[in-house]
Design a protein around this ligand. Structure first.
Ligand SMILES: *[C@@H]1O[C@H](CO)[C@@H](O)[C@H](O)[C@H]1NC(C)=O
Ligand SMILES: *[C@@H]1O[C@H](CO)[C@@H](O)[C@H](O)[C@H]1NC(C)=O
Length: 442
């Protein structure tokens, strides 16, 4: 009888325990679902990659909020990091949302910019747990668009944003709003890829370098291991910053005017910001012979034309490109010993001629760019094809890479994402900012 009672009680207890475990399990799953409250067209949410096995007491969770104020839009990134004591933090979640137009569109009506900023802040309030708001740094960094506004207008916009930030419940420091230059951008992007490839703060592990080719400028950033690089680099090509309680001395340089679109104009023989005279046209040795078109760059329309057939197109084009680049680019010897990731137009051009997969990216060599350039230029001797600038662009890229010091056999990795996280400067800048608050324990 007594034995029976016990077993009945035990049975009831067993059921309760099962229910409790089941409820805990469901809750655990719900918590790990990506947020679904912000799913209009401009929003993409990353899945939660939090490793639940490690959700122990020694795991701290923190967030950072970065506004990327670009020329065409403003984008909020909310990053969630976890850190086991004494280890390098890991990114476990990223949420972002973008709004158009960019801040610079409000240059003449600063107050109007407020609504969009508030809207993006609301996304952050949903994403970051209330109890962490006052510990979560809120930062805005502006790129190209604001850099081009006359100083006073840009400052008024930034002051307005700062006012809004200071009224928010997040952690706001005096330097929460700023305009980045090319070097800041390069350094932040370098931190991003080395963070995502797991190369940060790992003794004796080689970091990777990064190459970016935008429309207006191109950047190269790497961590030199040779003293020669540090000693011989020209003034302004080195950038030092603090991270993990260490000083990092990077080689980082941004060549203004050598982005792909600005380079096209220089190769064509045009001048930035200067429209052509009536009836004038730019004749190029990189376009299909006799081909004529109009090309818009920085809000100016240029008439362009291929020169008469003669020398093989690739030869005449690469000579022209080499002349345009002559003595413009610093060759850092050490780059040939490092692994590099390449982004933006490097990626797009390689994908356009199927050297890499459009979605997944891939690896290729300087030679691959050169071979593709030769092939495309050859076909363009006959017909301009869908993209009349393709011979020029590919030739430019292959010459530029060699001018930067890369041998033809050098392998590059091209990726838009690493570990399913977008490789923008925003993550690196956020991480660096949080690190600068000296709250992390390594
Ligand atoms: C870029 O800005 C940083 C500060 O954000 C400054 O230290 C650096 O000298 C600037 N670099 C260039 C090339 O203007
Ligand atoms: C960082 O470096 C400073 C001085 O070099 C030292 O006093 C401090 O303890 C270090 N902090 C950590 C977290 O290692």
């Amino acid at each position: 009888m007594e034995a029976m009672k016990i077993s009945k009680r035990f049975y009831a207890f067993g059921i309760l325990a099962c229910i409790a475990i089941y409820v805990a399990y469901i809750k655990w799953h719900m918590d790990s679902k990506p947020m679904s409250g912000v799913t209009d067209g401009t929003t993409e949410n990353k899945g939660d990659k939090l490793d639940h096995q490690t959700s122990a007491a020694d795991l701290s969770v923190f967030y950072g909020i970065m506004f990327d104020a670009g020329s065409t839009g403003t984008r909020i990134h909310i990053f969630k990091f976890t850190q086991k004591s004494k280890e390098t933090p890991k990114l476990t979640r990223e949420t972002f949302k973008a709004l158009k137009p960019g801040l610079s569109a409000y240059a003449d009506d600063v107050d109007k910019s407020a609504q969009g900023i508030q809207e993006l802040l609301d996304v952050a309030k949903k994403e970051v747990p209330v109890e962490l708001w006052k510990f979560t740094p809120l930062v805005l960094k502006a790129t190209a668009g604001l850099r081009l506004l006359p100083g006073e207008k840009a400052q008024k916009l930034l002051d307005k944003v700062k006012e809004i930030f200071q009224a928010s419940p997040f952690f706001v420091r005096d330097d929460c709003v700023s305009i980045m230059n090319g070097t800041d951008e390069g350094v932040s992007a370098w931190i991003t890829i080395n963070f995502l490839t797991g190369n940060l703060n790992v003794p004796r592990k080689r970091s990777v370098g990064m190459l970016d080719l935008g429309g207006g400028s191109t950047q190269i950033t790497f961590l030199p291991s040779s003293k020669t690089t540090l000693q011989t680099s020209p003034a302004g090509h080195l950038a030092a910053f603090q991270m993990f309680n260490n000083t990092y001395k990077l080689y980082s340089y941004s060549y203004l005017g050598l982005g792909l679109m600005s380079a096209r104009l220089a190769i064509l023989g045009g001048v930035e910001g200067k429209p052509l005279k009536e009836g004038e046209e730019l004749i190029s040795s990189c376009l299909s012979p006799g081909f004529k078109t109009e090309w818009e760059h920085a809000e100016i329309m240029y008439r362009v034309k291929g020169q008469k057939a003669g020398e093989p197109l690739y030869e005449s084009c690469s000579n022209k490109v080499a002349k345009m680049l002559y003595k413009k680019v610093y060759k850092a010897e050490e780059v040939k010993d490092l692994d590099f990731y390449a982004f933006s137009y490097y990626y797009d051009c390689a994908a356009e001629v199927s050297l890499i997969d459009k979605e997944k990216g891939g690896s290729l060599t300087v030679s691959d760019f050169e071979t593709a350039a030769k092939h495309v230029c050859k076909t363009m001797e006959v017909s301009p094809g869908d993209n009349p600038f393709l011979c020029m662009d590919l030739t430019y890229i292959s010459v530029l890479l060699q001018e930067l010091g890369f041998p033809k056999s050098q392998v590059f990795k091209l990726a838009r994402k690493i570990d399913d996280v977008e490789t923008s400067w925003a993550l690196g800048a956020t991480f660096h900012y949080i690190d600068s608050l000296n709250r992390l324990q390594y």
